[in-house]
Design a protein around this ligand. Structure first.
Ligand code: NDP
Length: 346
């Protein structure tokens, strides 16, 4: 069985969804009430892949919201409790979606293996970041030419370059796509310098310096709120792939040669018959999902019960190849520009 641990993009959003699901008593509570809410197993689902593999899975809402990030103990408890629930339900491989994997890493939850009477088995969890990075790179390679940008001649800014997904994207762009130049953006300098050494290339710039030069921008920064940027300072055309959750960019931001693509989202080849992605506001919630969630499904389809994506900056090109090939084989495709009406690209 595969599992998905998710959360809402904001407290406001979480309350609205809880109301829709009939949990009025929780919906009406303030943030303190939400901080004490336990994780919920919201849904079970059966899925058959494009090559006929049958699996079952479950969606667990951690009841975490990004407004809790500053409350260290709460954030830690939310993630560990959701993981405990997944393990108690006998789920073989569970994806830690959105901020849950970031909290796991940044708050060093590896030290918290014991949750009440459950000893967490890390092999049962994956961040899903290998598949997310592969999907973002594929979206870049397939969609840039559609808006008149040749990936091999392009300068690509990676915002969040030193992160787990960002560094994997940089590795792929440098070794596989062969882009003209990678502009490395993050706040801390030393990890940027280390990454530049590893890549044997790339230019370290601030966001303000990078944007006017970038034909393509990959947004994979762990920001709790989205940004507004001045589109008049961007090249025309410009492709922006927003892989953040919550989104890194303000959604209103598009037009005049600027193309914004939902990054790290895949589409299954047929409707799945689940409700969980309605909560995540996918355009086609019956078949669209986060690439990290899809990674847990792919690993279950493959019978690969291991923490495939784990730790930070461990994503290799070989692992991206493996998960990418399996993704295509089982019927997933990366969402493309103008995906409504659907134009997913395989
Ligand atoms: P990490 O925590 O590993 O990396 C975050 C990166 O963002 C770091 O390079 C960090 O560097 C940088 N960063 C953070 N804040 C800022 C800022 N204000 N300006 C510039 N850079 C910043 O995160 P992940 O790689 O695991 O995840 C990245 C994003 O992808 C998150 O939003 C996450 O929710 C999303 N995600 C999406 C998935 C999907 O399926 N679509 C799956 C998993 C994650 P520094 O601190 O030095 O600035």
């Amino acid at each position: 069985m595969f599992g998905l641990i998710g959360h809402s993009t904001s407290f406001k959003d979480a309350r609205r969804k809880a109301m829709e699901l009939g949990f009025d008593h929780i919906a009406e509570g303030d943030l303190d009430v939400w901080c004490t809410a336990p994780p919920q197993l919201v849904e079970h689902v059966n899925v058959v892949s494009a090559i006929g593999k049958k699996i079952e899975g479950a969606y667990i809402d951690s009841c975490f919201v990004p407004e809790m990030l500053s409350r260290f103990k709460t954030a830690r408890r939310k993630v560990l409790n959701a993981m405990e629930l997944a393990q108690k339900k006998g789920i073989n491989i569970t994806a830690l979606g959105g901020f849950t994997s970031i909290i796991f890493e940044n708050f060093n939850l590896l030290q918290n293996k014991q949750v009440r009477n459950t000893t967490l088995n890390w092999e049962r969890f994956t961040t899903g970041n290998t598949h997310t990075a592969w999907v973002i790179c594929r979206q870049l390679e397939k969609n840039a030419p559609l808006v008149g940008i040749d990936p091999k001649k392009s300068k690509v800014a990676v915002v969040g370059a030193t992160g787990d997904i960002g560094s994997a994207v940089c590795r792929w762009l440098s070794n596989r796509t062969g882009v003209a130049e990678i502009l490395l953006v993050a706040r801390q300098q030393q990890p940027l310098i280390d990454l530049q050494k590893e890549l044997q290339g790339g230019r370290i710039l601030s966001l303000e310096e990078a944007l006017p030069e970038a034909d393509i921008v990959v947004w994979v920064a762990s920001m709790p709120k989205n940004l507004e940027i001045d589109s008049s300072k961007l090249p025309n055309p410009c492709l922006m792939i927003d892989g953040g959750y919550p989104k890194n960019l303000d959604e209103r931001f598009s037009g005049n040669g600027l193309h914004v693509l939902k990054g790290g989202i895949v589409e299954f080849f047929e409707d799945i018959g689940w409700n969980m992605m309605q909560l995540a506001e996918m355009e086609r919630p019956q078949r669209e999902m986060f690439a990290c969630f899809a990674e847990a499904m792919i690993l279950e389809f493959e019978g690969c019960h291991t923490n495939f994506s784990w730790g930070r900056n461990n994503i290799t090109l070989e692992k991206m190849d493996f998960i990418g090939q399996a993704s295509l084989r089982h019927g997933f495709s990366a969402v493309g520009l103008n995906s409504n009406p659907p134009t997913a690209i395989v």
